[in-house]
Design a protein around this ligand. Structure first.
Ligand SMILES: Nc1ncnc2c1ncn2[C@@H]1O[C@H](COP(=O)(O)OP(=O)(O)OP(=O)(O)O)[C@@H](O)[C@H]1O
Ligand SMILES: [Mg+2]
Length: 254
């Protein structure tokens, strides 16, 4: 072992799920799922509809309380930390069903994200608007900042969700199907955007049905099926796994 190798610290774990379980009236939506994501690492999450992907993200972002198990963020159990405080800690997520703030402009929507982000967010409205403007430029909405958020079409709403989450300056970014409903050219654009922000210290969890995007973005891919983790490995291994093909990819080989 070289001296350099001996002194290089291992990547720090940002988020760890320990045997996370969610039951809804007897139905097990997430069944003892464990995983970890280190800084600068992207975990892709795939699985059929209803597999428990969004439920998992809800437990990590704090909108759902786990029935059993632990959410560990930067070494600390945050099971009892409410969602808005998790945002202050640096956990940001997008919503699969987008919820822009009604009656507000695109810029104002993202400025709200900036005001509620890591470490309590930006301290002034002026700074929040500046941060919002930067991320809206980044996500391709720079020319639409003064439009009402309600007036945006589907793809632009996805970009808005993405900008809002990034404006929170997260340590952990949870992306729940930000590419759904986008055409192939738009998917490639979003993949490039995500690649641009990789490697800046963030840990990312990317839920996506677009296998091509998962393959090109993920360092590891985890597969959920009926709430259980059936695979967690490098993308090539997982996407060739007969059990994964049987459970999921067989129906959507792209
Ligand atoms: N609040 C809830 N109350 C009752 N059941 C729920 C609730 N939320 C989710 N479920 C159930 O939990 C299971 C997992 O749902 P979830 O939304 O996590 O799946 P998903 O993998 O995100 O699916 P999709 O790919 O369609 O987004 C489903 O059977 C769903 O009906
Ligand atoms: Mg979902």
């Amino acid at each position: 072992m070289t001296a350099a190798a001996a002194t290089t610290p291992a990547p720090r774990t940002v988020i760890e799920a320990r045997a996370l379980t969610k039951r809804f009236q007897g139905l097990v939506s997430v069944d003892a799922v464990s995983f970890a994501i280190a800084e600068n690492e992207t975990l892709g999450v795939i699985g059929p509809n209803g597999a428990g992907k969004t439920t998992l993200v809800n437990m990590i972002s704090g909108t759902l309380t786990p029935t059993e198990g632990e959410v560990i963020f930067e070494g600390r159990n945050i099971n009892d930390v409410p969602a808005f405080r998790r945002a202050h800690l640096g956990i940001a997520r997008t919503f699969q069903v987008m919820k822009p703030f009604h009656g507000m402009t695109v810029l104002e929507n993202v400025a709200v994200g900036a005001l509620f982000g890591r470490d309590g967010g930006e301290k002034s409205m002026a700074k929040a608007r500046e941060t919002a403007r930067e991320w809206l430029e980044f996500t391709g909405l720079g020319r639409k900042i003064d439009l009402g958020a309600d007036s945006l079409g589907g793809p632009d709403r996805k970009r808005l969700e993405f900008a809002k989450a990034l404006a929170m300056k997260p340590r952990l970014l949870l992306l729940d199907e930000v590419m759904a409903g986008l055409n192939p050219v738009e998917v490639d654009e979003v993949v490039e955007l995500i690649k641009t922000i990789r490697g800046q210290g963030m840990a990312m969890l990317v839920i996506e049905h677009v296998v091509k995007a998962i393959r090109s973005l993920s360092d590891r891919v985890m597969v959920l099926h009926h709430g259980q983790k059936i695979a967690d490995d490098d993308p090539a291994t997982v996407l060739e796994d007969p059990r994964v093909i049987e459970a999921y990819l067989g129906k959507r080989r792209t």
